[in-house]
Design a protein around this ligand. Structure first.
Ligand SMILES: NC(=O)c1ccc[n+]([C@@H]2O[C@H](COP(=O)([O-])OP(=O)(O)OC[C@H]3O[C@@H](n4cnc5c(N)ncnc54)[C@H](OP(=O)(O)O)[C@@H]3O)[C@@H](O)[C@H]2O)c1
Length: 333
């Protein structure tokens, strides 16, 4: 269904009103040209701050999808959101999501919609800090040489605590108390979340067919780091960071990996990383580009989601993968 070119409000269905969904609804209240069909939740009785404009909460996805021009998925998880978005896609809606896990792991379903420019997913990587649009847009003029990024705020916080001399278990308990880490922190701490985001980026600039199974074996998180080990790097003028990297594999292809690395103290990921997500893109023509900013949080993520909704509402296509695998290790120095 093309979004309407008539003056009628564009209808936006929202799946989820948790941390990000509620913040999105607060931002959507500023946009009278966007009408919310309904909002899917599990618990109708939960207290929520959904902003100035009344919205209809429902536990029935049909109420959200019926008549929606744009469907926004903010549920989390992998299979259920993919099923619901398949239904929305089948009805012709434009899709918006912040769900890097589903994008990374269910490329079989999402790939065709993304290739058709029907999905906005700016917020899936670095929240409202624009990297998806940059990599699928202006940076396309260059051929990728390498990409390194800090893509998980929980790990950045934990490494900061280790640098301050706090033990790993105590740092993790504090991160959970502050709400930075989930009760089950495995997705963050074991590097999976960063790897999901790297997989999403890699398809935009290196290999459109990169599978989650190509990346998953090369993922290691921050468990096992110690204050002593981190302090030794600091004493040597270096810093430990959980680096998501996309690099030539030596055979003309690409290797995507996530692991703790020691980087010089003046490396951009050491300089820019404190409390922020950061990305260093190296392209043959453009040179080295740094992008840094908030990588999570309710408002920052909702900002990226809203940008995609506004694009969808005006008919602007979403980011598409690179057309074919980019050869690695070639191009101007
Ligand atoms: N939080 C961040 O900073 C951040 C940053 C970037 C990307 N993201 C991504 O954004 C998405 C949403 O994250 P979040 O932090 O907002 O999650 P969340 O706080 O857990 O909210 C999830 C929402 O979805 C609803 N929901 C979940 N499963 C459902 C189901 N089966 N049926 C009906 N409703 C269901 C929940 O309903 P109830 O409220 O009734 O429980 C809740 O409103 C995730 O994909 C996440 O990875 C989050």
């Amino acid at each position: 269904m093309p979004v309407p070119s008539t003056p009628r409000a564009v209808r936006v269905g929202v799946l989820g009103a948790g941390t990000v969904g509620a913040a999105l609804l607060r931002l959507l209240a500023r946009h009278p040209e966007l009408e919310v069909t309904a909002v899917l939740v599990r618990d109708l009785d939960r207290q929520r701050d959904l902003g100035a404009r009344p919205v209809r909460l429902t536990t029935d996805p049909e109420e959200v999808l019926a008549g929606a021009d744009v469907v926004v998925e903010l549920l989390g998880g992998v299979d259920r959101p993919t099923e619901l978005m398949a239904e929305a896609a089948a009805r012709g809606a434009r899709l918006v999501t912040a769900n890097k896990a589903a994008l990374a792991e269910r490329w079989d379903a999402w790939g065709p919609w993304v290739r058709a420019g029907r999905v906005g997913f700016e917020a899936a990587v670095m929240a409202g800090t624009p990297v998806v649009g940059a990599i699928a847009g202006a940076l396309r003029a260059s051929r990728l040489r390498s990409l390194e990024a800090l893509l998980n705020g929980t790990c950045a916080y934990l490494i900061g605590e280790l640098e301050a001399g706090v033990g790993f278990d105590a740092a993790l308990a504090e991160a959970q108390r502050l709400g930075y880490a989930e009760a089950d922190p495995a997705l963050d701490v074991d590097g999976i979340d960063a790897a999901h985001k790297l997989t999403v980026l890699a398809r935009l600039c290196a290999d459109p067919d990169l599978a989650w199974s190509d990346v998953r074996p090369h993922v290691r998180g921050v468990r096992g780091l110690t204050p002593e080990g981190v302090a030794a790097e600091v004493a040597a003028g270096r810093r430990v960071r959980l680096v998501a990297a996309l690099e030539p594999d030596g055979a003309g292809g690409w290797r995507a990996s996530v692991a703790p690395r020691s980087v010089p103290a003046d490396h951009p990921l050491a300089v820019l990383g404190a409390g922020r997500s950061a990305l260093v893109y190296r392209g043959d023509a453009v040179g080295e580009v740094w992008i840094a900013g908030p990588g999570a949080g309710a408002e920052a993520t909702a900002s990226g989601v809203l940008a995609d909704v506004l694009d969808a509402a005006t008919g602007r296509p979403g980011p598409t993968p690179v057309a074919a695998r980019v050869p690695s290790g070639v191009g101007a120095p």
